[in-house]
Design a protein around this ligand. Structure first.
Ligand SMILES: NC(=O)c1ccc[n+]([C@@H]2O[C@H](COP(=O)([O-])OP(=O)(O)OC[C@H]3O[C@@H](n4cnc5c(N)ncnc54)[C@H](O)[C@@H]3O)[C@@H](O)[C@H]2O)c1
Length: 445
């Protein structure tokens, strides 16, 4: 049956169902036909019928990603090449050598760890475009506002969070090595990338690390629909005798924004339950969600989801903890004041973020080897525990999927660069001084 015929039949079924989705016979016919239509070659993936199907008729459409990758494999690019490219972009904006080095290092680490939402994918939209808009600066000094042996309050002066973050965690570790603990809060920083970079820094130095950051408002409070809290990762790094530390590095929302952007790049729907709109409807239409999030009409749900049935108030509580620790030490802004838009004029506005970094020197309490062995024993016990016959192949502990990704990507010769990111690189190469000469031909050209 042709796509057009199927489409007309679907429209007819909608017309026959004046009570919304209440007629089960029509719902079942609609579902079968929509799935058939979905698989028909040449169908427009953005057809409104799919939104109606998922939102009104609760049809579960399978992701389209596999289809795409089969026909359009992304180019694999070596990590060193990609890091150098990102470093050159930062240098072209006036970063110092040190700033460009560490900023590109934090980004490439995300790609190495398989956190595609926070690596190269963020270079242009989150850093370069914001520098271009004049709401973030590539080269600003880091100043000390207040300092004791064990604490410091740092001002990032709206420079790149990608070099402010490593500076702060390094300071926290230095203090921990001298005095047992170090705690550093940062004000006037900007997006600092993957929180796990910082806790891994601590763990690799024999410390327990903790960090968090606020972000533009995205999460609605339990029983609310208005985006109020950032996706606010709360991240711990704990040394163990595995080849990699335990690093639990995730947002306090079900999905962070970067993951929705990743779904958009892959052309797949957002899983149901992760987003609600201002009518309280759970949305799955990725492109529409991204648009409505900008307009403040959609919110992410906290870990545990909307409402209280699955404990959404727990994620809501942890997101609030992060927002409090990121702002209260320094009377920092939150919510609307870090949304990146001046609502009165509609113009871009700086987003002064706060972060916090804690390092606890393990040796201050216990020999590091003993601690590592103890934590390794526990992690091994978890991995060796009885597995669900329904789950995937094994049980992981946090930090392990990222280590697996690093091993796998290193073996495949680097990272996959999808078409959208290839275009970002081309655009940057064309726009930034010196890049055309250094990169006349990118690996995928
Ligand atoms: N800077 C910001 O404003 C900001 C905001 C939100 C998120 N982020 C970053 O985004 C990245 C991704 O966040 P996310 O919320 O999408 O993370 P996620 O949902 O992918 O979870 C990742 C964490 O869960 C662990 N994990 C995954 N599967 C596991 C399993 N089966 N068993 C045990 N552990 C498992 C991983 O090791 C990792 O620690 C993080 O690096 C985070 O720091 C940054």
């Amino acid at each position: 049956m042709s796509a057009e015929t199927l489409r007309n039949e679907l429209l007819e079924l909608i017309g026959k169902n004046p009570n919304g989705n209440s007629d089960p016979a029509i719902v079942s016919q609609f579902t079968a036909k929509l799935l058939q239509y979905y698989e028909t070659p040449g169908v427009n993936e953005k057809d409104v019928l799919f939104s109606i199907g998922t939102q009104v008729y609760n049809v579960d459409l399978p992701p389209r990603a596999n289809k795409k990758t089969k026909t359009d494999p992304p180019t694999i690019v070596d990590f060193d090449y990609m890091k150098q490219f990102m470093k050159d972009v930062f240098l072209s904006y006036g970063c110092t050598e040190d700033q460009a080095e560490i900023s590109s290092e934090v980004l490439i680490e995300a790609d190495k760890r398989g956190i595609d939402s926070h690596g190269l994918g963020r270079l242009k939209p989150i850093y370069c475009d914001r520098i271009d808009k004049g709401i973030l600066w590539a080269n600003k000094p880091i100043t000390v506002v207040k300092e004791t042996e064990t604490t410091a309050l740092i001002d990032g002066n709206l420079g790149l969070g990608l070099y402010i973050g490593p500076h702060c965690m390094k300071l926290a570790i230095e203090k921990a090595k001298k005095y047992g603990v170090g705690f550093v809060a940062a004000q006037n920083s900007t997006h600092y990338g993957i929180a796990g970079y910082y806790t891994q820094m601590a763990a690799e130095e024999g410390c327990v690390g903790l960090t968090g950051t606020n972000a533009r408002p995205s999460i609605a409070p339990t029983f609310g629909v208005e985006p109020m809290l950032g996706t606010n990762p709360l991240c711990f790094g704990i040394p163990s005798d595995d080849d990699f530390p335990f690093v639990i590095d995730c947002a306090t929302s079900i999905n962070q924004r970067g993951k929705i952007e990743k779904y958009a790049r892959e052309g797949v729907d957002t899983p149901r339950g992760a987003v609600i709109d201002d009518e309280g409807i759970e949305r799955t239409d990725t492109e529409g969600i991204l648009r409505d999030m900008v307009l403040g009409k959609c919110a992410l749900t906290p870990v545990g989801g909307a409402g209280d049935q699955m404990g959404g108030y727990k994620g809501y509580g942890w997101a609030t903890v992060v927002e409090l620790l990121s702002t209260a030490f320094q009377s920092g802004p939150f919510g609307e004041d870090v949304c990146g838009i001046d609502r009165a004029t509609g113009k871009p506005a700086p987003m002064p973020l706060g972060h916090f970094f804690l390092a606890i020197n393990v040796e201050a309490l216990c020999p590091l080897d003993t601690f590592k062995k103890n934590s390794g024993n526990l992690l091994n016990a978890l991995r060796a525990s009885k597995k669900s016959p329904k789950g995937p192949g094994r049980i992981w502990t946090a930090g392990e999927p990222e280590n697996d990704a690093r091993v796998e990507r290193t073996a495949q010769g680097g990272m996959k660069v999808p078409k959208v990111l290839q275009q970002n690189m081309i655009d940057l190469r064309e726009a930034r001084p010196g890049l055309k000469e250094k990169y006349p031909k990118l690996p995928f050209e």
